[in-house]
Design a protein around this ligand. Structure first.
Ligand SMILES: [Cu+2]
Length: 474
C-alpha cells in the first residue's frame, strides 16, 4: 500500500545505550525554556471557503505521514455537519473537524509552533448528502497546548473564524476535541482527533510501519422524525444512552469493524508502531493485539513513560499510548479492546501480512442477488447477519476471525446451535466441540451477541435456508 516508513531522526547515543534508564530523557522538562506566553486568540467574521482541512502536518487515520520538518505548522480544521456511515447501513448525523471522523491527525515535535485556524462551517452543505443537523456553536480544545481555555477554546458561531497559536512543550499523543457545552454531545457526535508530538530529537527506536488507531463510542438511534438517507433510516444521537454511558457502537477509527475490512498492512519480521488514543467519551479501552506482545509501551506517547513486554494497555477517556511490537510470522494479528463487550460493538481491527485483506468482500452479499429467502424469519436473520456477524464470519468464502458458516446447520445440531448462539462463553467451558473450535480460532472467543430467542430462531432459519441452496450458488 505504500513504501516503508522509517523514522528519520535517530539519536545515536540513546540507540547505543538502548536501555531507557541510561538514556537521556527525551523531553526537555525545563519549564523556564517552555513557551508559556501565548498571544491572544483572534476571532473574526471572515468565512473560509476552501478545503475543510489544510496543512502539511495533517494525515487521515490510520495513515501517519512522516514528520514535516518545518518548525511552524499552519493547520486549518473547519467544522462541518455531515452524514457518516459508522457501520453497514448506519448513517449517522455527525459533527466533524476537517470533514472527517475522527478529525485529521496532526504530527509535529516538541518545540514546534502550531498556527491554528478554524471556521465554523456547520451551516454549509457539504458534498454528498445534504440532510444535516442544524448549525451551532463549536470550539477547539487541544490537550497538546498550554493556554487559557477561556481565550483560545471559546465557542464561535457559524460563519466565524478563530485563530490562535501555541508551542508544543511536551512529547505525547494528545486528544483534541470540541469544548462547547454539552461537551459530551459534541464529542459523541464526532468532534475529536489526535496530535502526535515527537520528542525534540525523535523516537529512540526505528520502525518499519507507523499507524494511528483512535477508539471512540457512538450512541445512536433511528431519527424519531423518520428522516431517510438514500431510502435507509437516518440515525441521530441517542442522548439517553449517551448520559447512561451505554454506547450502541464502540469503534476504531470511526467505523464498526473498519480495520477488519481494511487491515493495517505489515510483513513478517517487521517492527510496527501504533499510536493509540482512547477518545471515549465515557468508556475505557483495554487495547490488546492477539498474537504478539508489546515490546515497548510509551504511556501517553512519551518515551520517558516506558513499559516493556506488555499484553494490554489500559486507557481511560483521553488517555493514549504508543505501542511497538514485532510481527513474528505471516498472519492476521487482531487488535481488540479486550473488554470484549466493547470489541463486540465493533472495536476490532487487523494488522495483517496478507496482501489481499482476508475480509475484502465484506460489503458484498455472499450469495447471488437473485438468491433471497422468502421466509420472514430467514429474511430477518439474513439482514441481522449482514450487520452483526459478517465482521467475523463469511458464508462460503472461507475463514475470517471465525469459521465459514456455510454448512453450519448440517455440521451442528439445532440444539447445539441454539445453545451456542445464546451463551457461547458457557459452551466454551463445557462443550468439547466448542473447545476444539476455540483452539482452531486462535483462542479468540466469540463474544456473546446478547441475542433473544426470537433472534436466534431467525439466524437458524437463515443458516438452514443457505444450506438448502444448490451447491453452485455458494
Ligand atoms: Cu462542537
Amino acid at each position: 500500500m505504500r513504501g516503508r516508513l522509517v523514522t528519520a531522526v535517530v539519536v545515536g547515543i540513546s540507540l547505543a545505550a538502548c536501555s531507557p534508564s541510561s538514556a537521556p530523557p527525551t523531553g526537555n522538562y525545563d519549564t523556564s525554556k517552555m513557551d508559556l506566553k501565548p498571544v491572544p486568540a483572534k476571532v473574526s467574521a471572515e468565512r473560509h471557503t476552501g478545503a475543510f482541512a489544510e496543512g502539511a502536518a495533517l494525515s487521515i487515520v490510520p495513515e501517519l505521514k512522516p514528520l514535516d520538518l518545518s518548525p511552524v505548522k499552519t493547520i486549518r480544521l473547519d467544522t462541518t455537519h455531515k452524514i457518516i456511515e459508522i457501520a453497514p447501513g448506519v448513517k449517522f448525523s455527525a459533527w466533524t473537524f476537517g470533514d472527517h471522523v475522527p478529525g485529521p491527525t496532526v504530527r509535529a515535535r516538541v518545540g514546534d509552533k502550531i498556527k491554528f485556524s478554524m471556521t465554523n462551517r456547520s451551516d454549509e452543505p457539504v458534498p454528498g448528502v445534504r440532510l444535516t443537523a442544524a448549525p451551532m456553536m463549536h470550539s477547539m480544545d487541544f490537550h497538546a497546548a498550554m493556554v487559557s481555555p477561556q481565550d483560545k477554546y471559546r465557542s464561535i458561531a457559524p460563519g466565524q473564524t478563530i485563530e490562535f497559536e501555541f508551542t508544543l512543550n511536551y512529547p505525547g499523543i494528545f486528544m483534541y476535541h470540541c469544548g462547547t457545552p454539552m461537551i459530551l454531545e459534541h464529542i459523541a457526535s464526532g468532534m475529536y482527533g489526535a496530535v502526535i508530538v515527537e520528542p525534540r530529537n525523535g523516537y529512540p527506536t526505528k520502525v518499519d510501519r507507523e499507524y494511528v488507531v483512535i477508539q471512540s463510542e457512538f450512541y445512536v438511534k433511528p431519527d424519531p422524525g423518520k428522516q431517510k438517507v438514500d431510502g435507509a433510516p437516518l440515525y441521530v444521537l441517542d442522548t439517553d444512552r449517551l448520559r447512561a454511558a451505554q454506547p450502541t457502537h464502540t469503534v476504531f477509527n470511526g467505523v464498526h469493524n473498519g480495520m477488519v475490512k481494511q487491515p493495517l498492512a505489515a510483513k513478517a519480521g517487521e517492527r510496527v508502531r501504533i499510536h493509540v488514543l482512547n477518545v471515549g467519551p465515557s468508556k475505557t479501552s483495554s487495547f490488546h493485539i492477539v498474537g504478539t506482545i508489546f515490546d515497548r509501551v510509551w504511556m501517553e506517547g512519551n518515551p520517558d513513560n516506558q513499559f516493556r513486554g506488555m499484553q494490554t494497555v489500559l486507557l481511560g477517556s483521553s488517555n493514549s499510548a504508543t505501542v511497538e511490537f514485532m510481527i513474528p510470522e505471516d498472519g492476521s494479528y487482531i487488535m481488540v479492546d479486550h473488554h470484549f463487550a466493547n470489541a463486540s460493538q465493533g472495536a476490532i481491527g487487523l494488522v495483517s501480512t496478507a496482501t489481499k485483506p482476508p475480509a475484502q468482500e465484506l460489503e458484498h452479499h455472499n450469495m447471488p442477488a437473485s438468491a433471497t429467502p422468502t421466509d420472514p424469519d430467514a429474511i430477518a436473520g439474513k439482514q441481522a447477519f449482514e450487520s452483526k456477524c459478517l465482521a467475523c464470519h463469511s458464508v462460503g468464502q472461507g475463514k475470517k476471525l471465525g469459521p465459514d458458516l456455510a454448512g453450519v446447520s448440517k455440521r451442528r445440531s439445532k440444539d447445539w446451535l441454539a445453545r451456542w448462539l445464546k451463551e457461547p462463553e458457557k459452551m466454551l467451558q463445557t462443550d468439547a466441540d466448542a473447545k476444539a473450535l476455540l483452539k482452531e480460532f486462535n483462542n479468540l472467543p466469540m463474544p456473546n451477541q446478547s441475542l433473544s430467542d426470537a433472534e436466534i430462531k431467525q439466524y437458524q432459519k437463515y443458516f438452514e435456508w443457505i444450506d438448502a441452496q444448490p451447491p453452485s450458488s455458494h
